[in-house]
Design a protein around this ligand. Structure first.
Ligand code: ADP
Ligand code: MG
Length: 706
């Protein structure tokens, strides 16, 4: 009985708080005049532009609502190309003509903001004399209150109209895929669908460490990952953390986090411990891509903020600990119509099946033809530690379909019956697909891009990245295939036979991208090479594909990026790679010179002193002191030399002006110099006394939350 009541209380609590800090449809309907509400709905659902009269009414209602919920300021909340979010707060406060203080917020202020944003990266898109960009409300994503500030989700552009953010191209890519999908649906006789949106459910991984240990490590503070650290006696080998019971301190944090996210209308649903110790995962119920992206940014922000309240620090880095699994973000992706149909859901009728197969083929063809773009959409210095390191999916793009679906495609390709008992060959549009249980499709976790029954799961994105980047690419490359399909089918004299030929031809031509085996296996690397698949292991390998002519043309064709926008993003991503490695290398030199070398030097002095005293006083042999001193001294010298060397290559790196050359130099010279320093230091950590080591060990970081 008690439990039952508890469940009811919980349900009531969630429904009571859900979306309370969001200016959503319900609030709009309640607070706006009927015609205003109707006009705004048109803007939201059909993308109609908003006139100033309506905007004024909406702004006023929004302000009243926000003030009632304790807000005093508003901000245009946007997503510059740094991949995090930005906000500049403005007060509602003003004065009327009698000099009396009032709170105001106009339609103009709602629709458009003009932050001086000259310090955001723009990759050469905005001349400095014209430093201002402008922000424009994205009415398809609701305004919300965060920390007492009304946040208005916005796009961020330069005065010449170039996108300076991640939201604008994401919205453009959604429009592109909408347009092409509608053409395809029309060919299948779906006249009543007006709008198709891509949907995303991003699963977010992260680590939690105790704040008191975090504060003692400059590497965590400056770079978000450990740059030194010997393995602890226990790692993740027991696999006892995965789905294990959640510690009460962590559970309290999670409850708090869920509650705050629910208030913001984020549909967080699942939470569990991950494979590595101290690693956790959180997943929301999927939503429209741009909202899912906004929500994922909020989720990352809140994970970090609420962890601090519990004396914890959340690490969103892709690889916080060497030798321990890193963190990713699984981007579950599908396409959904405004009539509520998931276009990647296999249907019950031959007709639905044919349509499903065509969309499936578009994804397969897109993955094969645009391996480069998919790979580079997740390329960052942090993610380079995961991809291809036998834990995350490899850097090679392939598609997992599951044995059954793969068999079906094979039968279509070879014009033979799918089921040996049946005689008829699989004819698209004439046959029902055999039912395949969803669960069997979901179990290969080594694939970078897996069909999981009614959606594709792109498993390569890093845990700290915005999901905008990979979804811009997914939407655009799939839109392009759908365009090609529509161009062919619209002209075909006989739709059915053209469709069959198209699907069969696509399978034949692109089946090399389908791989159902173990992606972590070394033999796959060989096999993929034989199939001619790309293996772009590092960020500087991958990013230059962005500015290849065919890719620029692709983005231009769908009006997602123009040429300058592609170049600016390329430059920003390469420079970010360089900056991250630069900070990491500097931090290593600093920690070595200021903490490790002096501590170990003092330790060897103590050993030498003890040794000398014992010899003098008791004429003892002192094997322990002597041997340890020898080993420690040798490693200390090695660490010193490696520090000098890292410092030297770093100075050389700093002198390189060309950002492309710099990126390759960091990869080929700085990264090896960093590992050459780490090796003797980690050995020294193992050899020295616990109280000598200047910062907390892996053991404390990974198992220190009690
Ligand atoms: P698993 O860990 O087995 O992959 P989860 O339940 O953790 O499964 O995550 C699955 C994610 O996929 C959830 O965020 C879910 O909402 C999302 N998802 C389900 N259906 C769709 C869809 N049609 N489009 C996009 N995402 C979806
Ligand atoms: Mg998953």
């Amino acid at each position: 009985m008690g439990l039952h009541k508890g469940v009811i209380d919980m349900e009531k609590k969630i429904t009571d708080i859900f979306g309370t800090l969001v200016f959503d449809e319900e609030v709009m309907e309640e607070r706006l005049a009927k015609d205003t509400f109707r006009e705004l709905q048109k803007t939201i659902k059909e993308g109609k532009s908003l006139n100033i009269k309506i905007a004024n009414a909406v702004a006023n209602a929004m302000k009243d609502w926000a003030v009632e919920h304790g807000a005093t300021h508003y901000t245009h909340w946007f997503q510059p190309m740094t991949g995090v979010t930005a906000e500049k707060h403005d007060g509602f406060i003003g004065t009327n003509k009698n000099g009396k203080v009032i709170l105001e917020f106009s339609g103009k202020e709602l629709i458009k903001g003009e932050p001086d944003a000259s310090s955001f990266p723009n990759g050469g898109l905005r001349a400095t004399f014209e430093a201002r960009g402008y922000t424009a409300w994205d009415p398809t994503s609701y305004a919300f209150i965060k920390n007492g500030v009304l946040c208005i989700p916005t796009a961020f552009c330069s005065y010449s109209g170039h996108a300076l953010d991640k939201k604008t191209p994401l919205l453009r890519s959604m429009q592109a895929i909408n347009k092409q999908t509608l053409r395809i649906l029309k060919l299948f006789g779906n006249e009543n669908v007006k709008n198709v949106k891509t949907t995303v459910g991003p699963e977010q991984e992260y680590f939690l460490v105790d704040k008191k240990y975090y504060e003692q490590r400059k590497d965590l503070i400056y770079t978000g990952r450990t740059l030194f650290g010997a393995p602890s006696p226990k790692g993740q080998e027991m696999e006892d953390h995965y789905f294990g019971t959640i510690k009460s301190r962590v559970q309290e944090f999670m409850n708090d986090l869920n509650e705050e996210l629910w208030k913001l209308g984020v549909l967080v649903k699942t939470e569990h411990n991950e494979v590595a110790p101290a690693q956790h995962e959180l997943a929301p119920i999927f939503s429209t891509t741009n909202i899912a992206t906004d929500h994922n940014q909020l989720t990352m922000e809140l994970i970090q903020r609420i962890a601090k309240k519990h004396g914890l620090v959340a690490l969103l880095h892709e690889k916080p600990f060497d030798g321990i699994n890193g963190s990713g973000k699984h981007n579950n992706w599908s396409l959904s119509t405004d009539t509520g149909v998931n276009l990647l859901e296999p249907g019950d009728t031959p007709h639905e099946n044919a349509q499903f197969l065509l969309f499936l083929c578009a994804v397969i063809k897109a993955a094969d033809e645009h391996q480069d773009l998919l790979r580079l959409s997740v390329a960052t210095a942090g993610n380079d530690h995961r991809l291809g390191a036998n834990e995350a999916p490899p850097a090679i793009i392939s598609v997992f379909l599951g044995d059954e679906l793969a068999e079906i495609l094979k039968a279509i390709e070879e014009d033979r019956p799918y089921d040996s008992k049946e005689k008829e060959v699989m004819k698209i549009g004439a046959h029902v697909l055999p039912k395949f249980p969803k669960d069997t499709t979901d179990r290969n976790r080594t694939s970078p891009f897996a069909f999981t029954g009614n959606k594709f799961e792109f498993r390569m994105p890093g845990s700290s990245s915005s999901i905008a980047g990979c979804n811009i690419v997914l939407n655009t490359v799939i839109a392009d295939e759908l365009k090609e399909f529509a161009d062919i089918l619209e002209k075909a004299p006989d739709f059915s036979s053209a469709l069959h030929a198209l699907i069969q031809g696509t399978i034949k031509e692109h089946k090399r991208i389908i791989f159902n085996g173990n992606g972590y296996d070394d033999s796959w690397v060989e096999e993929a090479k034989k199939r001619g698949l790309l293996n772009l292991r590092t960020t500087p390998d991958a990013l230059p594909y962005f500015i290849k002519e065919n890719n620029i043309e692709l983005f231009k064709r769908h009006k997602v990026f123009d040429e300058e926008e592609v170049h600016s993003r390329y430059e920003i991503m390469m420079e970010e790679y360089v900056k991250i490695l630069h900070i990491e290398a500097l931090t290593m030199v600093n920690m070595s010179q200021k903490e490790i070398l002096p501590a170990v030097s003092q330790y060897s002095y103590d050993l030498a002193q003890t040794c000398a005293m014992k010899t003098e006083v008791a004429k003892l042999e002192n094997v322990y002191e002597k041997e340890t001193l020898k080993d420690v001294s040798a490693l200390l010298d090695q660490a010193f030399k490696a520090t000098k060397h890292l410092d030297k290559v770093l100075k050389e790196a700093e002198a390189i002006e060309d950002f492309e050359k710099a990126a390759f130099y960091y990869r080929d010279e700085v990264i090896p110099a960093m590992s050459a320093l780490r090796t003797p230091c980690d050995e020294l950590e193992t050899l020295t006394a616990e109280n000598v080591w200047p910062f907390p060990t892996y053991g404390k970081l990974l198992f220190g939350i009690l």
